[in-house]
Design a protein around this ligand. Structure first.
Ligand code: F6P
Length: 395
């Protein structure tokens, strides 16, 4: 393969730059040319100056930077056949033979549709007299995805690029809230990102010893209000001076209606008679310099993506390179797309005793114990049980 493109798409995630740097440098080392596509798929839709060659020095000094130097977007045009037709035209014009897409589930879904439709768009362009399309013929366009999302909601990787950094950000903020919460004997309701996935909320709840957590994957009991209130009430009776109640932004009632911070605040204040404050961490979770874990993960996966493109032949299907059992591994893109949508259902079905399904992060291992958090807290007070509890809830 002589020339590839690379883009970052969807919500930015710390480590996207590190992945980009690895893609560019490994590709150059392999004798390929690399074109950076700016502003996600929008760059391919507009073409021209939005697709430019990247050299070794263009990606220097970005390893530690949050965000993405290519820019990103949630492209609406990419959802339309007309938009994807333009993508194919501009990719052909630039002589791209492959593409690395760094993004979340929406971005990787777009990549799969592009791959599927590629031959049809090329045919139409060839019929309309485009020389590059006529020359292209029946060849396949090669696509490799990289999981870039703080949500950690992608099938095919134990961790997505950016999730570890976001988790550290959440934990840092929670630790700071706990000190003031305790000083004032207050309860803090904290909203954490995650539309469909409670990874950040659940992991930060474990890592900070939070008192209650609500996540989208949980099948809520009808009387969950009561359970939460009773548990917190007992904690106070045992001498606790504060609580933190975490909820993922996608947490829902049994009827599917969203749970809001105002609702939690009202319930806790009226039924516990405590002073309740709300903190929405918001986009602060997406920022910042990537952790060592994310830098290394992004670099390993970026290198693996280029290796896959370098070795691609007509039989090579589009895939996402993810981390599985601490090794980069390819998962077919259709499987990633389909099963990422199904992670929620998988989580609802699985039990700790029933074993852990691979490659949906550490969620499965610790989701169930959190249902029994109250029991764990009580057991944790018994020294002989401490190690057991530690192993039960550790990742
Ligand atoms: O997908 C990452 C994410 O940060 C989600 O956790 C959040 O729901 C969403 O993006 C926010 O998107 P935007 O920045 O477009 O509002």
């Amino acid at each position: 393969m002589r020339r590839i493109g690379v883009l970052t798409s969807g919500g930015d995630a710390p480590g996207m730059n590190a992945a980009l740097r690895a893609v560019v440098r490994v590709a150059l080392d392999r004798g390929m040319e690399v074109f950076g596509v700016y502003e996600g798929y929008e760059g391919l839709i507009h073409g021209g100056e939005m697709i430019r060659p990247l050299g070794w020095n263009d990606v220097g000094g970005i390893l530690q930077a949050g965000g993405t130097i290519l820019g990103t977007a949630r492209s609406q045009a990419m959802r339309t056949p007309e938009g994807r037709h333009k993508v194919v035209r501009h990719a052909l014009e630039c002589g791209l033979e492959g593409l690395v897409v760094i993004g979340g589930d929406g971005s990787l879904s777009g990549a799969q549709v592009l791959y599927d439709e590629w031959p049809d768009h090329v045919r139409v362009l060839a019929e309309n007299g485009m020389p590059e399309a006529q020359e292209w013929g029946e060849r396949r366009f090669h696509i490799v995805g990289l999981p870039g999302s703080i949500d950690n909601d992608l099938f095919g990787t134990d961790m997505s690029i950016g999730a570890d950094t976001a988790l550290h950000t959440v934990i840092r903020n929670l630790d700071q809230l706990v000190s003031t919460a305790s000083a004032h004997q207050r309860t803090f309701v904290v909203e954490v990102m995650g539309r469909n996935c409670g990874y950040l909320a659940l992991m930060s709840a474990i890592a900070t010893g939070s008192d209650w957590v609500l996540i989208p994957e949980e099948e809520m009991a009808l009387r969950w209000h009561n359970q939460m209130v009773e548990s917190l009430r007992r904690g106070r009776a045992m001498g606790r001076r504060h609580e933190t109640v975490l909820f993922a932004e996608g947490a829902r009632h049994t009827d599917g209606l969203p749970i809001s911070s105002e609702e939690l605040q009202r319930i806790l204040a009226s039924r516990l008679g405590v002073d309740v404050r709300v903190t929405v961490l918001g986009h602060v979770q997406r920022g910042g310099s990537p952790t060592a874990f994310d830098r290394v993960l992004a670099t390993r996966l970026g290198a693996a993506a280029v290796e896959r493109l370098a070795g691609a032949d007509e039989g090579t299907a589009p895939a996402m390179m993810g981390l599985q059992a601490n090794r980069p591994a390819a998962t077919p893109l259709p499987e990633v797309v389909e099963k990422s949508r199904g992670v929620q259902q998988q989580l609802a079905k699985v039990s700790v005793e029933g074993g852990v399904q691979p490659a949906v992060g550490g969620m499965l291992q610790c989701h169930r114990p959190m249902h029994h958090r109250e029991r764990l807290v009580i057991r944790a007070r018994q020294p002989r049980q401490m190690m057991h509890v530690f192993h039960l809830v550790s990742l």
